[in-house]
Ligand binder design. Structure first.
Ligand SMILES: C[S@@+](CC[C@H](N)C(=O)[O-])C[C@H]1O[C@@H](n2cnc3c(N)ncnc32)[C@H](O)[C@@H]1O
Length: 270
């Protein structure tokens, strides 16, 4: 009897130490992520993606890789979009950890080499990698982003490279797109929720593009964008390129993972 009790005590102690697997609510998983994000030091010399850092830390604390990845999905796809605060915290943490690439989007480099520089808008500009590239190629650039960390990095980048562009801290719905204002609008791995799609990325976006201007898009958002614009039957709308393929995601994330890469180029005929 004594022996059975001590075995039971040992088992209970082990169970208490083991990483809590199922049973946590999405809100609890998010709260843990917030704590993790607040505590994790900025250092990230290998420039790993935030997902890789998070999964690695959880596995180091005893979680299985499968459980760590399940939690990441809850954080990134279920809890992040739940509120503006969550969304902002997520991206602020990512940029605080210096995640996200520094090189410009290859598609953008390829497209602008044949274009005459004009006015460009970098939607959800992140750390300014694309704005800096465009500015150094002679474009007059404005970018905006919801994350103060991202905007601060974008401004630092302009300063350290000695280029000029405007970096505005605001969200999609707050930004004034104007009318026939942009020769080029860049969507590089942006995210947008359904109200953004309805309010911003239909006529408002289209009216802000100059005749002869182009929109360059890469990432999952492009599918939503094209689905939103096509039924509007917009005058001058021309889909110059659309592709959706499984390939190495070199322009966002760790660069080592294969995934769906969607690209779109839209022109507004003069
Ligand atoms: C995957 S990152 C891409 C950043 C940048 N375009 C690039 O390619 O490096 C997504 C960006 O969207 C921004 N973002 C998320 N929700 C936003 C919103 N509602 N309004 C404006 N920016 C937003 C994030 O802060 C983040 O910088």
């Amino acid at each position: 009897m004594v022996q059975r009790r001590s075995w039971l005590a040992a088992w209970l102690a082990l169970a208490a130490c083991a990483f809590p697997v199922r049973g946590q609510t999405p809100e609890e998983i998010w709260r843990e992520f917030v704590e993790w994000g607040q505590k994790r030091p900025r250092e990230n010399p290998a420039r790993k993606s935030m997902m890789d850092l998070y999964v690695e830390d959880l596995v180091g604390r005893g979680a299985s890789e499968e459980e760590a990845r399940r939690r990441w999905k809850v954080i990134a796809y279920e809890m992040r979009p739940r509120s503006r605060e969550n969304n902002q915290f997520f991206w602020d943490t990512l940029f605080r950890l210096r995640s996200g690439p520094d090189h410009p989007l290859k598609l953008l480099v390829e497209v602008v080499k044949d274009l005459k520089p004009g006015r460009a808008l970098d939607v959800a500009m992140g750390n300014g990698r694309n704005a800096a590239f465009l500015a150094s190629a002679g474009w007059q650039v404005v970018g905006y982003d919801i994350s103060p960390e991202a905007v601060a990095l974008a401004r630092q980048r302009a300063e350290s490279l000695g280029v000029r562009y405007e970096a505005v801290e605001c969200d999609h719905r707050q930004f004034d797109y104007g009318r026939e204002r942009w020769d080029l609008i860049v969507f590089s791995y942006i995210v947008a929720d359904e109200p953004d799609m309805q309010e911003v990325f239909g006529e408002r976006l289209w009216n802000s593009l100059r005749p002869g201007g182009r929109m360059v898009c890469e990432g999952n958002f492009c599918e939503k964008l094209i689905r939103r614009l096509v039924p509007l039957d917009l005058p001058g709308f021309r889909l110059e390129r659309y592709s959706d393929a499984e390939e190495l995601r070199e322009d966002w994330g760790s660069g080592a993972t294969k995934g769906r890469v969607i690209r779109a180029i839209v022109r507004k005929d003069p």
